[in-house]
Design a protein around this ligand. Structure first.
Ligand code: IMP
Ligand code: MG
Length: 369
């Protein structure tokens, strides 16, 4: 992922794919032109890299020239095309192939046709590396198209966002959701997850999604997903991951403008971790870290027994139940630790000390992400 000015872009088309695409266009055009010496006309600025690679690959003699037009402002195509440099040579009787980086609305192409209207060229053909069919509004034929792409803003390989990105050798696509920091928060019972989640939420403007709360909310409010989940629970069956993921998805969508999420209580299995990765991917985002609060068993037992004196929670009162919960936590999370460690996303944080000290340790991890 890259950042240009205020926006984030994700990898879209690799150098290898660009190279293969340009080669395919060269082959097709060279085959059509046979022994005719063409004039390739690049449309500056965006096409400079494409034209350069194209003519280097072109197997026969050719001429190259440029015209310079400007239409884009930021992320939008404008109607008003400026002719900055026009044709500087006589092209009458020649076979002309326009080399464009991208055809979007077709406004620029219309201007190109206007420029060539009285040039008496033998033939005018249009070759564009990229085309966005969903936004193309003109009737001019596009003779050669390298790749049709969705109507999303791209940069790289000559294309810019307000001046930046032209130098990139690959192509990147604007992320529809802007950058989020997403954390999976782990910790054995008594580690202080809830307390710390509250601080993180405020400091980083994150939304805390506790799977337990999400379940209770959906069931209590009898949402469609809640009823579905309940139907499995009533049969004594585990709720399928997809149902849980759909509930989390609804939470994520409810908070579309969030700076990120803290997932608490999910994932618990490898399959769930993968499903969560897919969900984040669909949102043009990612899980950045699994942060596990590490607390010694004896400290946990002490804390929970202490809490049990006032909380009234039965499972906090019995030492053997507490120890079992801790053992179960380690059994379950070991695989997830491996899952995230394999992606260099596992961070163990010492969860013993004052609340402030622990918060500071967590902040140090997140600030580095
Ligand atoms: P059109 O006039 O709307 O067809 O747009 C053509 C010109 O707009 C291209 O030559 C580019 O300079 C610019 N353009 C269109 N789409 C993009 C994009 O996704 N990224 C960067 N520039 C673009
Ligand atoms: Mg252009």
């Amino acid at each position: 992922m890259i950042k240009l000015h205020d926006l984030y872009f994700k990898t879209f088309i690799s150098e290898q794919e660009l190279d293969a695409t340009v080669q395919r266009m060269v082959d097709e055009i060279a085959n059509d032109l046979q022994d005719e010496i063409p004039v390739f006309v690049g449309i500056l600025n965006g096409s400079f890299m494409f034209v350069s690679d194209f003519v280097k690959k072109y197997p026969k003699p050719c001429e190259v020239t440029f015209i310079k037009l400007a239409s884009y402002e930021g992320l939008k195509s404008t109607e008003d095309i400026q002719r900055l440099i026009g044709l500087t040579q006589d092209l009458s009787g020649r076979k002309v192939i326009i080399l464009e980086d991208i055809i979007d609305s077709g406004n620029t192409l219309e201007e190109v046709h206007r420029i060539f209207k009285n040039e008496h060229v033998d033939e005018l053909k249009i070759a564009t590396l990229f085309a966005k069919p969903e936004s193309y509004k003109k009737d001019f034929k596009l003779h050669y198209v390298g790749k049709e792409i969705p109507n999303k803003f791209i940069v790289g390989y000559g294309l810019d966002y307000n001046g930046l990105g032209r130098d990139l050798p690959a192509v990147y696509q604007l992320k529809t959701t802007q950058h989020m920091t997403n954390i999976v928060l782990f910790g054995p019972p008594g580690a202080g997850k809830g307390t710390q989640a509250e601080f993180l939420k405020d400091k980083y403007n994150l939304v805390h999604i506790s799977t337990g709360d999400v379940f209770r909310y959906n069931i209590k409010n009898e949402t469609a997903l809640g009823m579905l989940a309940k139907s499995f629970m009533d049969k004594g069956e585990l709720v399928p991951d997809q149902v849980t993921i759909d509930m989390l998805n609804a939470e994520v969508e409810k908070n579309a403008g969030a700076k990120g999420f803290i997932f608490d209580g999910f994932p618990r299995t490898n399959a769930q971790a993968k499903a969560l990765d897919n969900l984040m991917d669909a949102k043009d985002s990612q899980i950045d870290a699994m942060i596990a609060l590490e607390v010694d068993d004896e400290v946990l037992v002490g804390r929970l027994l202490e809490r049990g004196k006032t909380s009234g929670r039965k499972d906090d009162a019995d030492e053997s139940i507490i120890r079992n919960r801790i053992i179960e936590y380690y059994n379950k999370t070991a695989i997830l630790k491996d899952y995230y460690a394999a992606q260099y996303k596992y961070y163990g944080v010492d969860g013993v000390g004052s609340i402030d000290d622990i918060t500071e340790r967590l902040n140090a991890v997140i600030d580095k992400l």
